[in-house]
Write a protein that binds this ligand. Structure first.
Ligand SMILES: C[S@@+](CC[C@H](N)C(=O)[O-])C[C@H]1O[C@@H](n2cnc3c(N)ncnc32)[C@H](O)[C@@H]1O
Length: 250
C-alpha cells in the first residue's frame, strides 16, 4: 500500500486529528497499519483485527472465492452440512462465506483465543471453537462437513528472514511457520479432514478440503492428498504465486 492510501485509512478510522498524530507515530516505528486502526478490508468487508493477531492477506480472497463457489454450486444450505474455516484467525473466509451465502452454517476454529475474539465479531452467529486444528470441533459434525477451508501457517521455517518485520515482529510465530517445507499443518489437516467430511453417494457429492499455499508447495501437497485417497485440483491465483489445493473425498 502507498503512503497516500495508508493516510486515507488512518483518517477514515481515527476519531480526531490527535488520534491521527498518535497513529502516525506508531506506524512510523513499524506497527502494522491494520493493528493500529483495528480494521482490515477484505473482499469488500471491513473486518475487525488488532495487535497480536495475524492480519488477513489480500491474496486469500482466492480461497474465499473458491469456497463460495463450492457453497453455491453444491447448494450446501440444502444439505444439512456445514462449512468450517480451520486455522481461522479473525475468520476472513468465514466472513465472506457468510456475506455471500447467507444461510450457510459456518464453524470457526483456531488455537489462538485472541484471534477468536475478533472472529466472533466478524462472523456473528458462527459457532466458534478454540483448540488444536479439527480436534477443536464437536464430534457431532463428523461426516457432516461439506467444505473445510484454511489458510494454514505455510512459510517454511528457514524462510523467516524473507518475511517483513511487520510479520515477524507483530504476528504470532504460530500463525506464520509450517515446519521445514511449510506443510506440517497442511499434512495434519488433510489427514484429520477425512473424519469430518461428508462422504459422497449417488445423491450428494463428497466434501472438499480447500487449502491456501504457495505454488512451489502444490505438487508435494497433492502427493500427500493422493496418498489419503483424495482427488485433487489446483487453482492458481492472479498473482502467479498463491494457489488453492482442492482435495475431494471420492
Ligand atoms: C496464516 S494464519 C491465517 C488466519 C486466517 N485464516 C487469515 O487468513 O487471516 C494461520 C492461523 O492458524 C492458526 N494455527 C496455527 N497452528 C494451529 C493449530 N495447531 N491449531 C489451530 N490453529 C492453528 C494460527 O493461530 C493462525 O490464526
Amino acid at each position: 500500500m502507498f503512503a497516500d492510501d495508508e493516510a486515507r485509512v488512518l483518517r477514515r478510522w481515527a476519531a480526531d486529528d490527535r488520534q491521527v498524530d498518535d497513529w502516525v507515530r506508531r506506524r512510523a516505528v513499524g506497527e502494522p497499519l491494520e493493528h493500529i486502526v483495528g480494521r482490515v478490508e477484505f473482499g469488500g468487508l471491513d473486518l475487525y483485527v488488532g495487535p497480536g493477531v495475524f492480519v488477513p492477506r489480500r491474496r486469500s480472497l482466492l480461497l474465499a472465492e473458491v469456497v463460495v463457489e463450492q457453497v453455491v454450486t453444491d447448494q450446501i444450505t440444502d444439505r444439512d452440512s456445514v462449512v468450517v474455516e480451520a486455522c481461522c484467525g479473525v475468520a476472513p473466509i468465514g466472513a465472506v462465506v457468510r456475506d455471500r451465502a447467507l444461510r450457510t452454517p459456518v464453524m470457526l476454529a483456531d488455537v489462538e483465543g485472541r484471534a477468536l475474539a475478533f472472529a466472533r465479531r466478524n462472523v456473528p452467529g458462527a459457532d466458534v471453537y478454540e483448540g488444536e486444528l479439527l480436534a477443536a470441533l464437536p464430534p457431532r459434525v463428523r461426516g457432516r462437513v461439506a467444505v473445510i477451508a484454511a489458510v494454514p501457517p505455510y512459510v517454511p521455517d528457514s524462510q523467516a528472514r524473507l518475511l517483513p518485520a511487520e510479520a515477524t515482529d507483530h504476528e504470532p510465530r504460530r500463525a506464520l511457520f509450517g515446519g521445514s517445507d511449510g506443510l506440517d499443518t497442511v499434512r495434519l489437516l488433510l489427514e484429520q479432514s477425512l473424519d469430518y467430511l461428508v462422504r459422497g453417494d449417488d445423491l450428494v457429492r463428497g466434501g472438499v478440503v480447500a487449502l491456501e499455499m504457495h505454488r512451489s508447495q502444490a505438487a508435494t501437497a497433492q502427493e500427500v492428498a493422493a496418498s489419503h485417497g483424495y482427488r485433487t485440483r489446483i487453482v492458481l491465483g492472479d498473482d502467479g504465486q498463491t494457489v488453492v489445493l482442492l482435495a475431494s473425498v471420492v
